[in-house]
Design a protein around this ligand. Structure first.
Ligand SMILES: [Zn+2]
Length: 383
């Protein structure tokens, strides 16, 4: 196995801002997605009883999800043609996924848009080069690679996320673990890894496994239009996505209660940069907007307004329509800011996590992940 040089740890820099939500407009729609759920294929989780692939599809269909990824370990599960009872079949979008990893320390990866399973792993604690090697191999076999629940059991350490590259997504929200602080470390060291959120459900008959953390994906086509998988991959990679950590108050609720809760959560209407200010508009009420920057520092906290369209909403292109209660906030971007992300607390204690706007060297260019470089062996002899 090759050894790899640590990726550079330089913060984002440059005269421009990259805004992942530049294309988001009220005429598009947000797909509800979960890329992380396990079926009973591996038996021991549920003693082979329920929790079949069909059970998973059925539950998530009932919850109004557009994308239901069955991410069994080392297995790509085909779900086209399988219909759940909760919705009309055919509306669900199939994205091939699996979870890679059978090591003891939960260093797991999500393979999204998976073409082929990679069958190697290291059972014992991974070195950074081993972790980098697996990410590279997965990258050759799938559209996108995610670090799954990275902070859980030290699956990825502080130095790992600052020095690894070659992955696309960071599973910030997972039912077992929230990796928000570790994500700020990756972002602070110039890794433009975009957010993903997932339930990591192991038994869909346990209410606490369902609809806890979800990924919302923007597509510009209106309701009812088809959306090819490539559009989803592109949205995930460019960051036109946000995560929702659903309020704990419905953790033990029924599928119907959870569905009602999800349907009531406001969606992002716009996130724009205008004259060096970042404006965020929701199509419903928020309790608080937090703007977070380099090294996870809280830059500004704004209380949501109860029931009126705020000045910030009026100042953007997309004010809420008549009769719609909107809420919004803005932050004046400072010279020293390298990235700014927004975390929104909703009145029911659900939280929305937006991807960051990042400094970049060219207009509309997402800062690239650093190139992965192999270390030359015997460098001591050839200098
Ligand atoms: Zn896992």
């Amino acid at each position: 196995m090759p050894l790899y040089k640590p990726a550079p740890e330089d913060p984002f820099s440059g005269p421009y801002w990259y805004n992942p939500y530049e294309q988001v407009h009220p005429g598009g729609r947000w797909l509800r997605a979960n890329f992380h759920a396990h079926s009973n294929t591996w038996g021991f989780f549920t003693n082979g009883r329920n929790n079949t692939v069909e059970d998973i599809l059925d539950k998530y269909d009932s919850l109004g999800y557009d994308i239901v990824g069955v991410s069994d370990y080392q297995k790509i599960t085909e779900t086209q043609g399988l219909s759940g009872s909760g919705t009309t079949s055919g509306s669900r979008l199939f994205i091939p996924v699996y979870e890679h990893g059978f090591n003891l320390l939960k260093t797991h990866q999500g393979s999204i848009g998976a073409r082929k399973v990679f069958w190697n792993d290291f059972i014992l604690p991974h070195t950074r080069s081993q972790k980098q090697h697996i990410l590279n191999r997965l990258g050759e076999r799938s559209a996108l690679v995610a670090l799954n629940h990275p902070a859980w059991m030290g699956g990825y350490g502080h130095r790992d996320v600052r020095r690894l590259s070659g992955y696309h997504l960071f599973e910030v929200l997972n039912d077992f673990w929230i990796s928000e602080g570790l994500w700020d470390e990756a972002l602070s060291s110039g890794k433009s890894a975009m957010l993903i959120a997932g339930d990591d459900a192991h038994n869909v008959f346990k209410p606490t496994d369902l609809a806890r953390d979800l990924t919302m994906i923007f597509t510009s086509g209106p309701q009812g239009t088809s959306c090819p998988p490539e559009t989803v991959y592109r949205a995930l990679e460019t960051g036109a996505v946000y995560g929702i950590e659903v309020t704990k108050s419905v953790a033990r609720g029924s599928v119907m209660q959870k569905r009602t809760c999800l349907d009531a959560i406001p969606v992002l209407q716009s996130c724009r940069i205008k004259a060096d200010s970042l404006f965020v508009v929701l199509n419903g009420r928020a309790r608080q907007f937090n703007f977070i920057g380099q090294e996870g520092v809280l830059l500004k906290s704004v209380q949501g307004t109860a029931d009126s369209v705020t000045d910030a909403a009026k100042a953007t292109d997309s004010p809420a329509g008549a009769g719609v209660v909107a809420d919004s906030a803005f932050y004046i971007l400072q010279a020293q800011d390298s990235y700014v992300r927004v975390k929104i607390a909703l009145p029911d204690s659900s939280h929305i996590y937006l991807n960051p706007v990042m400094r970049t060297t060219g207009k509309n260019i997402k800062p690239p992940m650093p190139q992965v470089q192999k270390r030359r062996l015997f460098t001591i002899f050839d200098s």
